[in-house]
Write a protein that binds this ligand. Structure first.
Ligand code: HEM
Length: 434
């Protein structure tokens, strides 16, 4: 029974600024501390709660999803500069847009795309030489960007990848900085961001023009143009798909290779699996089922380093969660980082152990103890594509190279819009074959 006005426990916070200083300094540590100290629902501030238990997360993302909207703000910040995208829409508008995009992500289309994934990865590996110290993030992010462009547009953007990259970096810089000035103020970050967004606009306009001139026949543009999308909607949709489809996948892969480079025993099992399953053939969708240890390694990477580490919903009306009163407009923070590392659900949670996910040895987990792609109606539309990409890229790299940590390496996570791995430097060592 709900006690009227009962509010969840939480840190006191400072006068005027509440818990913002602690959150801004180290959001990952702060949120984890809150959940471990105060429990499954924590008051972070006025109308701002953290939900840390899988059942509560499932309630908000899935069971009672209609009572919560994707929040319009994160600590008062506008969520996105792309308001017309499906990702930032609500209600019937969201559903119409989701239906428009869904066919693009059909399993058969993803299966056909598998050979492109391995070919592009092979092309990247051609450039790697024995002993190279690789800036892995740069290498992989260029690869995943090229792939998402091909997947979405069946088209190339040539040097346009630099512009897309700059815009993604601009958005990440903005979301990682603790102090955010209004967009109209000419701060260096704002100037950089608006310059890179203008460049991104030009790339997108160019893609739309090429399509209208009959020079490309990609399914996304066909759907958008055929569905009478406005120019603003097209631009916002393309921008969010490019951004969400590339940074998250790239970050997960860089985390994976960082972790594997520290665990030669895991590297050895992966390499054995690839040689047994693909046996010298070009790696493609037919090998996916057999690559179960690599699949498990990808899953375990996203447990420890979830690219989407924080998600928000907002109560659209007064309601109740776990016996606490939640007023309309309350922001509900849900953090994959916090829940994926909860020792109640994962034994020795800090250990990197792909075996947790190997078929047969998987223990029963509460739903939403592990949710790297979210869940409920707003489940990531690109989840299958991302998994296929990550497994095939990992297998293709693994067959040709062993990656070892460079002595100069100093790795840290940067919790921006995605959880970025900074400072990963690995030495390429060709793997002996035969
Ligand atoms: C490892 C890679 C990825 C991760 C970890 C990831 C994670 C997520 C998560 C957690 C959500 C739900 C957010 C929420 O509930 O508020 C989401 C939604 C979404 N993702 Fe992904 N994603 C990945 C890859 C992709 C790819 C490859 C694409 C497309 C090319 C994509 C496009 C989207 C879109 C459009 C949505 C919004 C769905 C909706 O609101 O209905 N994502 N993603």
């Amino acid at each position: 029974m709900l006690e009227s006005g009962k509010i969840p426990p939480g840190p006191e916070g400072h006068r005027f600024v509440g818990n913002l200083p602690e959150f801004s300094k180290d959001p990952l540590a702060f949120l984890t501390h809150c959940a471990r100290t105060y429990g499954d629902i924590v008051r972070l501030g006025d109308r701002n709660f953290l939900l840390a238990h899988p059942d509560l997360i499932g309630t908000v993302l899935k069971d009672r999803a209609s009572e919560f909207v994707k929040s319009t703000s994160t600590n008062g910040r506008p969520r996105s500069g792309f308001p017309e995208a499906m990702m930032n829409s609500e209600g019937q508008d969201w559903l119409t847009k989701r239906h428009l995009l869904q066919p693009l992500f059909h399993n058969s289309r993803i299966a056909r795309f598998a050979s492109t994934i391995s070919e592009r990865t092979e092309a990247m590996l051609q450039r790697w030489q024995d002993g190279d110290v690789l800036d892995v993030r740069r290498e992989i992010s260029r690869l995943t960007l090229g792939l998402v462009v091909s997947f979405l547009f069946d088209d190339e953007i040539g040097d346009g990848w630099r512009d897309v990259n700059a815009a993604v970096e601009g958005v990440m810089d903005l979301t990682a900085s603790s102090v955010r000035f209004p967009a109209r103020l000419p701060t260096p970050t704002n100037i950089r961001l608006s310059r890179s967004l203008r460049r991104l606009d030009r790339v997108i306009d160019d893609l739309i023009e090429r399509h209208r001139a009959g020079l490309s026949h990609g399914m996304l543009l066909t759907a958008l143009v055929g569905g009478d999308a406005t120019h603003g909607h097209m631009r916002d949709e393309i921008a969010t798909l490019l951004m969400s489809g590339h940074e998250t996948t790239s970050d997960a892969l860089v985390w994976l290779w960082h972790l594997v480079s520290l665990h030669p025993e895991i590297d050895a099992v992966m390499a054995r699996e690839v040689s047994e399953v693909a046996d010298g053939q070009a790696i493609s969708d037919v090998h996916l089922r057999g690559l179960s240890y690599i699949d498990a390694t990808v899953r375990e990477t996203m447990r420890l380093y979830p690219p989407a580490w924080l998600t928000h919903r907002e109560a659209s009306r007064n309601c109740e969660i776990a016996g606490y009163q939640v007023m309309a407009g309350t922001a509900l923070a849900i953090s994959q980082w916090v829940t994926h590392r909860d020792p109640r659900f994962f034994e020795n949670p800090m250990e990197f152990r792909p075996e947790r996910w190997v078929r047969g040895s998987r223990s029963a987990l509460p739903k939403f103890a592990y949710f790297p792609f979210g869940g409920g109606p707003r489940l990531c539309i690109g989840a299958r594509l991302a998994m296929v990409e990550m497994i095939l890229i990992t297998a293709t790299i693994c067959r040709r190279f062993k990656l070892l940590p460079a002595p100069s390496e100093s790795v840290r996570p940067r919790p921006a819009l995605a959880l970025q791995p900074l400072g990963v430097q690995l030495i390429a060592t060709p793997r002996m074959t035969g």
